[in-house]
Design a protein around this ligand. Structure first.
Ligand SMILES: [Zn+2]
Length: 266
């Protein structure tokens, strides 16, 4: 059985500030990158004890070179760096995988469930897909659905866990932090790791085919930028339309066209 894991950092237990997500910051270097790695490792451990034999981990935060490979299980392969493919944080996932999971995920832009709430980058205020605020979970889970791979597990902040349940009711969600304004309450790091391992086992003990998401038949995307000049520039992407001075839209039936729009316009 083959498992794909997309690993982010802003939903790691207790993280509360952008500095803690960036190399060169002492809390990132000495603590949060290690906790991110422990959380991914515990997800792997739960999976390996539940019949998974192959794991591909996409390091999916910022430089995409965060995880400490030597601290991950030997059965895992780690995709480091950015491929340049439209699937971005899901690079490496194809239809040969049996299941996909996300760790360290965070709530979307224009929501208040994390001090680090955003979608894809900080140039956008929000992204909507078919009227709903889009999280990185939504964008990436739709790519998994495009590959016909069920999304069985998420860990991160409480709000992204509940948003994920709206999209995929049978997903196993393990919240490890709760955002309050510019702050967060995290589980004890050891407790977070235990719950993630147990959650992954629970996810794999059920009928994982229930976690296969049905893709919408068409996609109407709206991107609201923080700066009007980005909206003007990106409004020249073929098919993009101006909604207002800071917002553009794009419509497609094929989800890959949406991902290509994101690739150039986010
Ligand atoms: Zn990130």
């Amino acid at each position: 059985m083959k498992l794909f894991i997309s690993a982010d950092i802003e939903g790691t237990a207790g993280i509360a500030d952008w500095g803690e997500t960036s190399p060169g910051n002492s809390l990132y270097d000495n603590y949060f990158v290690k906790q991110m790695t422990k959380e991914v490792s515990s997800a792997c451990k739960g999976a390996l004890e539940s019949g998974v034999s192959e794991i591909l981990i996409k390091d999916a935060h910022d430089t995409a070179r965060n995880l400490i490979p030597s601290e991950l299980p030997e059965q895992a392969r780690i995709l480091r760096g950015w491929t340049g493919l439209p699937c971005s944080m899901m690079a490496g996932l194809d239809s040969s995988f049996d299941a996909a999971a996300m760790t360290g995920y965070h709530t979307c832009g224009a929501s208040n469930g994390s001090p680090l709430a955003h979608t894809m980058n900080l140039d956008t205020e929000y992204i909507r897909i078919n009227g709903e605020l889009a999280s990185e979970f939504m964008i990436n889970a739709y790519f998994a659905a495009y590959q016909k791979v069920p999304v069985i597990f998420i860990s991160g902040d409480e709000m992204i866990c509940s948003l994920a349940k709206n999209i995929c009711p049978h997903i196993t969600a393990v919240p490890v932090s709760r955002g309050i304004g510019g702050a967060s309450i995290g589980l004890h790091p050891a407790e977070a790791v235990r719950r993630i391992e147990a959650g992954m086992k629970e996810a794999l003990s059920g009928d994982i085919s229930k976690c296969l998401i049905t893709l919408p038949s068409s996609f109407h995307v709206e991107v609201r930028y923080r700066e009007h000049k980005k909206a003007l520039f990106n409004s020249y992407f073929p098919g993009a339309e101006t909604v207002d001075m800071k917002t553009i839209s794009f419509t497609a039936d094929d989800y890959m066209d949406v991902l290509k729009f994101f690739m150039f316009c986010l």
